[in-house]
Design a protein around this ligand. Sequence first.
Ligand code: ADP
Ligand code: MG
Length: 373
Amino acid sequence: MAADDLTVRRWRAPGRINVIGDHTDYQDGFCLPMAIDRECRVTVRPATGAPTGTAVARTDPATITATSVQEPGTVVVAADGSTDPATVEPAWGRFVAGAVAACTARGAAIPGGTWTITSSVPTGSGLSSSAALSVALVLAGVGLGGLHLDPVALARLALDAEVRATGVPGGLLDQMTALHAVPGHLLLLDCRTLTVEPVPLPRSLGFVVVHSGRARTLAGSGYAQRRAAVEATAAALGLPALRNATPDQVAHDPRARHVVSENARVLAFADALRAGRTDALGPLMLASHASLRDDYDVSTPELDRAVDRLMAHGALGARLTGAGFGGCVVGLVQRNHADDVVAKVARDLAAAGVTDPLAFAVRPGAAAGVAPD
Ligand code: ADP
Ligand code: MG
C-alpha cells in the first residue's frame, strides 16, 4: 500500500423520498421526507508532492481534480474557491466548484487533492441526487478545511453550494433530510422553524420507488409559476405564508387549497404513525396525489399510471414525490411484498413501452457523514 492510501478520506450523503407533503415547503409548511438507502460518496486523496521517478503521481496542491463514476469528464477547480462555477465544464463539475466556493467563503481552508464521486441515487428523477452530491461535497470541504458546523448550518451550506452551481434557488428540505436522517424513521420537517421530529416507521411497512418513465419536463418553469401563484395568494390574504391560512380562506383557490390541505395531511400522517393507525396512511397518500393532480396540476399521465399500477399490485397508497411534472412516484407497501410489487409494476411499465423501467424498494437510510471504508 502506498503511504498516501492511509490519508484517503470519505464522506457520504443519502438521497430521499418525500413520503407526503409536496409544494408545502416554500409556504412555511410541513413535509415528511425519508432518507433512502442510496447515497452519494466523495472519496478524497490528498495532493502529493511525490518526487519524480516514484510510482505516486504528483498533483497540484492548489487545485482539486474531480471525477464522477456516473458522469463523463474531469474537472479542475482552484482549492481556494476562486473558480466561478458557471465557467466549469462539464456542468456536473459546477457542483464541485460551488461546494468549494461555499466552504471557503465560510472560512474552510481546503487542501488540494483528487476527489472521486460515485452515487447510487438516480439523477434527475426527484430523489435529490443533487442534494446528496452537494451535501457529500460540503462535508468533504468542511471536513478537510477544519470547520465544525451543526446539521442546520451544513444544510444551508449545501444549499449555498447547489445555488452557486445551478443558479436555481431551492428549499432546504432535501439537505435537511440528508443531514438529520435516522435509520428506521421518517422525518417530520417544519419548514418554518426548521425543526425535525423523527417518526418511526413500523418494521412491517416499506416504500417502493417507481420512475414514471417520463423525465421531469417543465419542472423549473412550472415550479416557479406555482410558487409565484401561492405567494400572491398569501400576500392577498395578508398572511406571511399559507401555513397560516384556514381551509375556508382558500376554499375557492385550487393552488392554495392544495397547500393548506397538504399540510393537514402531513400532520395526520405523522399522527397516524405515532398512534399505530397504519390503515390511515395509504388513503392520505392517495388524497395527496389527487390534490397534486387536480388542485396543484403538477402530475402527468405517466405519474398517474405509475400510481395506478402500484395500487393494482397491492400497494397501500401511492403518490408522486418531489415537484412533479415527471420523475418518480412512491408507494407504501407491506415490507414483505415490496419485491413482488416492484417486479409486477416494472413488468407493467415495460409492457406499456417504458424502456428499462426503474423500480426499487427503499429503506429509511442513515444521516450524511463520514463514510466507512
Ligand atoms: P435530482 O436532484 O432530482 O436527482 P437534479 O436535476 O436536481 O435532479 O440534479 C441532477 C444533477 O446533479 C445532475 O445533472 C448532475 O449535474 C448532478 N449529479 C447528481 N449525481 C451526480 C453524480 N453521481 N456525479 C456527477 N454529478 C451528479
Ligand atoms: Mg435536485
